[in-house]
Design a protein around this ligand. Structure first.
Ligand code: 4NP
Length: 152
């Protein structure tokens, strides 16, 4: 079993989409996918309505997800930890116990190898188009993540 964790700040906009999109592309008997936020603002809440609507347009249902906060124990529970932006990356790595923990963490868009797209922008304070943009970035990145996981 390969275990993948998607992490953003609030765990209500970006990482729930990343979780839902990757889940839609993998065999759940082989890959488990979860998400978390570095902040505690939204613990227990469902995804943002705009993330739910965006996922639904692509026939992905993320309504059952509930926000939780990233903890240091997640390093033991997951093989791959994907941070949506650099601030998330730094917050996650600051909790790493050793170099092996740290090595599990990468920026989600690193797989795209595109210097124009390094971070998944936080869509929380913007309009609906920000969520569509986030979806497209995550859709491209997760295609490559699937290949990476399957080659292991
Ligand atoms: P997310 O978006 O990190 O993609 O879930 C955010 C959600 C909430 C807040 C910030 C970002 N907030 O400040 O409440």
């Amino acid at each position: 079993m390969t275990r993948v964790l998607m992490v953003c700040l609030g765990n209500i906009c970006r990482s729930p989409l990343a979780e839902g999109i990757l889940k839609s592309k993998v065999d759940s008997d082989k890959v488990t996918v979860d998400s978390a936020g570095t902040a505690n603002y939204h613990i227990g809440k469902g995804p943002d309505k705009r993330s739910i609507a965006t996922a639904a347009r692509y026939k992905i249902d993320i309504t059952d997800q509930r926000a939780r906060q990233f903890t240091a124990e997640d390093f033991d529970k997951f093989d791959y930890i994907f941070a949506m932006d650099r601030s998330n990356y730094n917050d996650i790595v600051s909790l790493a116990k050793n170099t092996s923990d740290k090595a599990k963490v990468t920026l989600m868009l690193e797989v795209l190898n595109n210097p124009q797209a390094i971070e998944v922008p936080d869509p929380y304070y913007g309009g609906d188009s920000g969520f569509e943009h986030v979806f497209q970035l995550l859709d491209q990145a997760t295609d490559l993540v699937v290949k990476k996981i399957e080659s292991h």
